[in-house]
Ligand binder design. Structure first.
Ligand SMILES: C=CC1=C(C)c2cc3[nH]c(cc4nc(cc5[nH]c(cc1n2)c(C)c5CCC(=O)O)C(CCC(=O)O)=C4C)c(C)c3C=C
Ligand SMILES: [Fe+2]
Ligand SMILES: [Fe+2]
Length: 367
């Protein structure tokens, strides 16, 4: 294997992040447009990942290209079209805003750290953002997945993309990787704040349902900690909200394929609750840090419809953390802990720090 000639960081040239330290905030990815061709490209990349679908390659290639990529893109495009924002896909809009706000909250704390976002599938890719950071003179990168709960299917796949990029690079930046933050107090507080804010305006429903993205059940048996981490998040959130065991439920959504996934499933649980006489439910999706197809369409449209059809009277969806100041402040605090020992000061470049502070303040960040 040979390494490409790389642009070198010239002496005397100031790196863009004055400290030379950066955070790459990595999310799953989303199609570029709510159209069948864009969905086909996105799903082909996503579903070809061995971390996501663990069945023998040749068999899966035939199923993926022979069946799934012929049917699913059109159906999924229609779903995306129903939630698309004027700025683009909600997942991308929120991820980009979170990266900008994180940079601002770090600046408010005196840390001149560049923050970029990347997508595991689609654009901007992890490789393209790492290329850009390197070209900008960054020499230390904290890889921060947008997933609070670790799963081989998501978190480890982000790390794979970093390793794949690194395998082709001669002069590597120093890397650190965040595995999870499912039980970090700031994350739990931010979730609790979201739920309480909802209760203040709308009152409290009979039940709180916490719906997490599912994964195949066999991943749990093979040692993936995702299921346990989701339950720990749920337990901590319930305790922070002062909820008794019988007033909340934990479920798993977004089943893909025919295999058994983590149970109980979200939609059948909601139907069962309505049939058992539960009239009102609050639904929160703690594993998604930003609203996306799986929350806005699958939960707030499909699951809502199923609950009301089955006899429920009030379905209240609680939005994801998105641009919650409590959340971004907590993420900044948590990131600072992971950056410990790395230079994060702008040094002589106080002008940049002042500009970052001003940007943060215009976004509503406080000291
Ligand atoms: C939050 C963590 C997520 C885990 C764990 C996860 C596992 C997982 N997902 C699929 C299949 C699909 N997921 C899709 C969308 C999607 N998934 C997550 C998050 C997790 N997935 C998010 C945030 C999104 C939304 C993306 C967006 O653009 O808004 C989709 C695509 C949509 C569709 O066509 O239905 C698929 C497919 C598997 C197989 C899996 C674990 C094995
Ligand atoms: Fe998914
Ligand atoms: Fe879905």
């Amino acid at each position: 294997m040979s390494f490409a000639t790389e642009p070198t960081f010239q002496h005397g040239q100031a790196p863009k992040a004055a400290s030379g330290t950066a955070i790459l905030f990595c999310n799953l990815g989303t199609p570029d447009a709510p159209t069948a061709p864009a969905l086909r490209r996105y799903l082909a990349e996503f579903l070809s990942d061995h971390r996501v679908v663990e069945i023998p390659r040749l068999l899966w290639w035939l199923i993926l290209h022979g069946i799934i990529l012929r049917i699913r893109p059109k159906k999924s495009a229609a779903k995306y079209a129903s939630i698309w924002m004027k700025e683009g896909s909600p997942l991308k809009v929120w991820t980009e805003k979170q990266a900008t706000m994180l940079r601002g909250y770090l600046a408010v704390r005196g840390h001149a750290v560049e923050v970029r976002y990347a997508m595991r599938y689609g654009n901007p890719s992890i490789a393209s953002q790492l290329d850009q950071l390197k070209a900008d003179g960054v020499t230390r990168v904290l890889i921060l997945p947008a997933y609070p709960q670790y799963s081989g299917t998501t978190t480890a796949s982000v790390f794979d993309a970093v390793y794949t990029w690194a395998a082709k690079v001669r002069r590597l930046p120093e890397f650190r990787f965040v595995n999870n933050y499912h039980d970090v107090p700031g994350y739990i507080d931010a979730l609790a704040d979201r739920v309480r804010a909802h209760w203040r305006v709308n009152g409290k429903a009979e039940q709180l349902l916490m719906s997490f993205h599912g994964v195949p059940e066999r991943t749990l048996k093979l040692g993936d900690p995702y299921h346990c981490e989701c339950h720990k998040t749920a337990r901590l959130l319930a305790s922070s909200l002062g909820l008794e065991k019988d007033s909340y439920k934990v479920t798993f959504q977004s089943r893909f394929g025919k295999a058994k996934w983590l149970e109980p499933y979200t939609e059948p649980t909601l139907i069962g609750m309505a049939q058992a006489g539960v009239k009102s439910v609050d639904v929160v999706c703690p594993g998604f840090t930003g609203d996306c197809l799986e929350t806005l369409e699958e939960i707030n449209m499909e699951a809502r419809h199923a609950f009301l059809e089955a006899g429920g009277k009030a379905f209240n969806y609680i939005e994801c953390l998105n641009d919650s100041p409590v959340w971004l402040a907590a993420l900044a605090e948590f990131s600072v802990q992971h950056l410990a020992g790395w230079p994060t000061q702008a040094g002589a470049n106080t002008q940049e720090l002042a500009a970052m502070r001003a940007a943060a303040q215009s976004l509503g960040a406080s000291q």
